[in-house]
Design a binder for this molecule. Structure first.
Ligand SMILES: [Zn+2]
Length: 390
């Protein structure tokens, strides 16, 4: 099979598509052309109402047999921030001193290109000995990971389940390494809960406070109770759960008015000692006690999950160690990812590029890291299809 692409050029072609979430800007077309060149069957899965918020997604599959390996990723990127702060324009994909600059370079267009490079080489190895892929490889590529994540992976999985398709194992290519390729594999993530509470009082004059109820005093006591209560001490696999107050909004310009309401928002990153329902109950209990009259909105954007160390993490760790010489840490740190949806379907771990520049000005990837990651992914495919037989 002739080479259908070069991973550096594919990374650059993807970066040149300004796919700021939820825009696609041609990124999935670039990947579909490459995947079809590698004999994948491709399905475009747009979800959401027509208009600028509509999200395009791509599911690609090679083979139907077991074991079924899935690689998941996203082509959308976060906004650039002030373009003038970038030393290289964020969508030009310029190369300097062995680095490719651009939004999405490490999170995570480069990783997708590295995986496709691994698949191409894997197929070449097999065709040299007249063999087919001993199972199936699929790619779950969404354009809605950095945004609301409503019309992406979650709906793609629903579509797949309705068709009776599943995976045995999944690797997500998010940037997991803090400093060097080989540092860290993620085997789970903490959950995330956002809450907004509006405490209601009775407006009045500060000098005539009889019969006036200050919502500010109640809010302060509520927030103090929320913030000072240790949620847990962490577990063997997770750091302690953490609550952060993100905003307090009263908007009272006057110096002589007790305002009618006071509003605050907070976020909890929680481990598997809790779930969204148990935390919601705890929050509501404190609100009943301290705020008394209030409105409360809670949004649990992901539950905590853990893929217990086992076959999949062993294969990924061994591949990382073989290629880089370092034994990766198995971690559950950091923010959430689409692995929170995939964990309901099959065991999932995450390994990708270096996270240091992700979401920042001058996001960039070293060409040598792209090549190393592609070698790791190839080793994972080799080992997976050798070791996981059904
Ligand atoms: Zn990402």
């Amino acid at each position: 099979m002739a080479a259908v692409f070069d991973i550096v050029e594919l990374t650059r072609a993807l970066i040149k598509c300004p796919s700021v979430t939820p825009a696609d800007a041609g990124a999935l077309d670039v990947l579909q052309r490459v995947l079809e060149g590698l004999d994948f069957v491709c399905y475009r899965l747009p979800f959401g109402v027509d208009g600028p918020e509509k999200v395009d997604n791509l599911y690609a599959r090679l083979g139907t047999r077991s074991p079924k390996f899935c690689y998941a990723g996203h082509t959308d990127v976060v906004p650039t921030g002030h373009v003038k702060d970038w030393s290289h324009a964020p969508f030009e994909a310029s190369v300097e001193d062995g680095l490719i600059y651009g939004r999405g370079a490490v999170d995570m267009k480069g990783a997708i290109a590295a995986f496709l490079g691994a698949v191409e080489r894997f197929q070449k190895q097999l065709s040299a000995s007249a063999k087919r892929v001993p199972g199936s490889i699929s790619l779950l590529l969404t354009g809605d990971e950095e945004g609301a994540a409503i019309n992406g992976t979650k709906k793609m999985l629903d579509w797949l389940i309705a068709r009776g398709e599943t995976f045995d194992h999944c690797l997500v290519g998010e940037p997991t390494n803090p400093e060097q390729l080989g540092d860290m594999i993620k085997i789970g993530r903490r959950g995330s809960l956002n809450a907004r509470v509006t405490v209601k009082g009775v407006q009045g004059h500060v000098a005539y406070s009889d019969g006036v109820v200050s919502p500010v005093h109640r809010l302060v006591k509520l927030l103090s109770a929320l913030e000072s209560h240790p949620l847990d001490g962490g577990t063997e696999d997770f750091e302690p759960s953490n609550l952060e107050i993100t905003s307090i909004d009263i908007g009272n310009e006057a110096t002589n008015i007790i305002p009618p309401s006071a509003d605050a928002r907070f976020n909890i990153r929680f481990n598997d000692c809790h779930d969204g329902a148990s935390l919601s109950k705890w929050i509501r209990g404190l609100c009943d006690f301290y705020a008394k009259d209030y409105d409360l909105d809670i949004d649990v954007s992901g539950e905590a999950f853990l893929t217990s160390p086992g076959k999949l993490s062993d294969i990924v760790s061994a591949a990382v160690a073989k290629v880089t010489g370092s034994i990766p840490i198995l971690s559950t740190s950091g923010g959430t990812s689409d692995a929170r949806f995939i964990k309901d379907v099959c065991p999932v771990v995450e390994f990708g590029l270096i996270s240091r520049t992700m979401h920042k000005v001058d996001e960039c990837v070293a060409i040598s890291d792209l090549e190393l990651l592609s070698d790791i992914y190839l080793t994972i495919l080799d080992q997976y299809f050798l070791k996981v037989r059904k």
